[in-house]
Write a protein that binds this ligand. Structure first.
Ligand SMILES: [Zn+2]
Length: 322
């Protein structure tokens, strides 16, 4: 199998009551960890590349590593997606450079400007057999080039979604229902604390999601900022010299519920970063004499694989759906 678009993946996910995981890739170990998990669990998977990842690793390296992963895992569908494209030129460069899916994120612009830029990308992408994700509403948090202050985020307005999708022709729509980018998804003042003193976030706005679904029957919805920031890994980071106080994410049960509805793509990045960093910190602390990067990157890659396997089985529901 060669790289595929998300069209068939999303149609199956919509009807099957599960979601496909979209995991950000930045280096070889991350690509391998994600695709080994998806391959073993026979799950479709989306590998996504941000503007920051292209700046870090170089477009050509990322595409070639993903192509290698496709050859190594011929029995599962894999899509290569641009995460948060912020201009027509960036989207065009990825479409011309082998991606099968791009996101144009013009959600910070006015409704009309968002429609105009999204439509421009859709026209070019569809001419080249590539699908487009667009966004309405804005998420709080920080992810690579995208930074929105808490309090500046805005939920998607369901009354806008039909006009937006029909005028742009986009293939999927990212909406804002209270998920957030990064490892610090909520301010303490937005949360309560449980008996262990750990922050409990406000619930996702399922009423907004359900209203969008009602207005866009059969249409794939995307959730960004959907890491759960597992507290055992945060504790491991803090135990071994790190400092991540009050890092919290979205509870996995809420994401599982969203996946059963029309949410077909769930973006998970921070959880992979946290699992890798915790594993490396622990390894370094326990083996102060080691200096071969393969020694600590091997368990780090395994941590990525275990995290993705956990998400596929317990959050996305995509195991066996390849
Ligand atoms: Zn995002």
């Amino acid at each position: 199998m060669s790289l595929v678009t998300t069209k068939e993946m999303f149609a199956k996910a919509y009807n099957g009551g599960y979601a496909v995981g979209a995991f950000n890739v930045n280096n070889m170990e991350i690509v391998q960890g994600i695709t080994e998990a998806a391959g073993e669990l026979k799950s479709p998977v989306i590998l996504q590349v941000s503007k920051g990842a292209r700046a870090y690793a170089n477009h050509r390296y990322l595409v070639k590593m993903v192509e290698a992963a496709v050859e190594e895992n011929p029995e599962i569908p894999i899509a290569l997606h641009l995460d948060h494209g912020d201009s027509f030129e960036l989207c065009k460069s990825c479409i011309d450079g082998g991606f099968t899916s791009v996101m144009i994120d013009a959600s910070s612009k006015s409704f009309e400007e968002n429609i105009a830029l999204t439509k421009q990308v859709v026209d070019y992408a569809h001419d080249h057999g590539v699908v487009v994700e667009a966004e309405l509403g804005t998420l709080a948090g920080v992810e690579d080039e995208v930074a929105v202050e808490h309090g500046q985020e805005s939920y998607t307005r369901p009354e806008e979604v039909e006009e937006f999708v029909s005028r742009t022709g986009c293939d999927s729509l990212a909406i804002a229902i209270g998920t957030s980018h990064g490892a610090y998804k909520f301010k303490a003042s937005q949360c309560t604390r449980n008996e262990k003193g750990i922050l409990v976030p406000p619930p996702l706005r399922f009423d907004v999601l359900e209203e969008c679904i009602k207005r866009l029957p059969g249409f794939p919805i995307v959730l960004h900022g959907s890491s759960s920031v597992p507290q055992d890994f945060v504790a491991m980071i803090n135990q071994y010299g790190g400092n991540m106080p009050d890092a919290i994410g979205i509870p996995e049960e809420e994401l599982r519920h969203a996946a059963e509805l029309a949410v077909c793509k769930i973006n998970i990045d921070s959880d992979i970063r946290i699992a890798m960093t915790a594993t490396i910190r622990k390894y370094m602390a326990e083996h102060p004499d080691h200096f071969d990067p393969r020694q600590y990157l091997k368990p780090a890659r395994q941590a990525v694989k275990d995290m993705v396997a956990h998400k596929i089985q317990n959050v996305l529901g995509s195991a066996g759906k390849a």
